[in-house]
Design a protein around this ligand. Sequence first.
Ligand code: ZN
Length: 159
Amino acid sequence: MRCPFCGNIDTQVKDSRPAEDHVSIRRRRFCPACGGRFTTYERVQLRDLVVVKSNGRREDFDRDKLERSIRIALQKRPVEPERIDQMISGIVRRLESLGETDIQSKNVGEIVMESLARIDTVAYVRFASVYKNFQAADDFDKFVSELRPDSVTDNSEEE
Ligand SMILES: [Zn+2]
């Protein structure tokens, strides 16, 4: 990274840590040539992330689309908007931290389901039932019973 003060190319990273938004890495840099200090923020270019579907088709990762599907699953559920935002940011962060530009759509679905399971069981079931395309009722029952042990915290009605 070129020093913005003297143009020296050989600058040093003194410290790296996640920025407050947790979507970028904040680096404190030092220029040994002029003693200048500056900060850079490094973030993954989400446009570069490509989701690979099971049939091999590829499409650009679309955060809005991800967010829409999660909000549909959480419709009318008693979950605070901030928690939903946090969860979505967390999911995106996990996708970024995989360190690959190609992401299997299966992985995206699994990460979303894990996150939903922690926040709201009903939303989780809704999402999973669509995502996994459960067709046999017994599969669905099995699935629901599997998620009962640790994650059910309320007895809200399911639709
Ligand atoms: Zn410098």
